[in-house]
Design a protein around this ligand. Sequence first.
Ligand SMILES: [Zn+2]
Length: 417
Amino acid sequence: MIGINSDRLRCRFDTMAKIGATLRGGMHRLALSHEDKVARDLLGSWCRDCGFELTVDRIGNMFATRPGLNPDLPPLLIGSHLDSQPYAGAYDGPVGVLAALEVLEALDENDIPTNMPIQLVNWSNEEGARFRPPLLASGVFAGVHDLDFALSVQDSKGLSFREELANIGYDGKCKPGWPISGYIEIHIEQGTVLEDAGIPIGIVTGVVGIADIKVIVQGEDAHAGPLPMSKRRDSLVGAAEMILTAREIGCRHAPEARVTVGRISVPSDSHSVVPGRTEFVLDLRHPDDVGLAALEAEAKAAFSAIAAKHQMSVAYESVWAYPPTLFDERLQKEIARAARELGHSHLRLPSRAGHDAWNLARVGPSAMIFIPCRGGISHNESEFAEFEHIAAAANVLLLTVIAWSNGDLRLQSPEIA
Ligand SMILES: [Zn+2]
């Protein structure tokens, strides 16, 4: 049975995890930072050492290509991202990139030709922690974002993506976006479905719909001393009530819904001011359009009632909205078959986090393979995944890539029904 070299994968994972490592065992490797550059350089050197041609596009996405037998076929992309959230984990992203490299090498070492080229990809700025929005560069590749828009976005210090990409030397020459034969990404689940079920392989059915809405609560600034309690229009108190209500709405729509407030700002920001204005971002997630719309409608109705009760106004601005996306059924079947061949139990589940595959699904058949992560904890220094699960997923990817890239041959086999 052919397979990836799990010792080499583990060794590379450990080496990569040292770049931007935090004292508490996590990862701080923001997009286009010095650490991101060092991680990219290391990935590039590994790819070149293996003889794979390296390409960087104008938004900094990195590609390493193993040629196929038929140069006319578009490549099958496999990969993920090397950037991280601040003080986050070492598994979110690198698992998918390094497993992809292992797949390319396993194909070479086992002399397995593929009809189409196989292309490893490291997407720039998946996380969106330093440069918003997230999934930025895969969005450019897939035509969701304009290249000039993406290059013009700035971090909190006013440094542009364009400048910082040039500073780390990853302002490549080729135009982002070309036809693809598919995209497959391995990623940690970042939830607890697989762990609770004791199952190593998750076949992702799609990405839930996400609506992020800025909520602006307007009361009136006042001195914290003289103004009596009864006369205040304290926007932060109104926002606090809204946030608790948002949580209740999420619980009412369990188990499918997720409702979160993770960002709040009070522009007056002073001990001695009754805050007249508070802004927070409401993050709504649901696997279907109707459910997502219901969450938004319920939240807005409840917030209006709370604002009226406190004699305040409330306004909304869409921050971003991603409709629910379904992944390719045929690819999901191939992944399931690969898992079965290898003796790994698997289940189907939706992703409740955004991933680059969400963008890629617009331009070609796309799919994801999830592995469990301990306690569902992610975007956290204590993030952890079992190495045997990483290796299992890499082997599932290897078989899936072979099957997909030789699809014409495999489709003639009666067992593929
Ligand atoms: Zn990720």
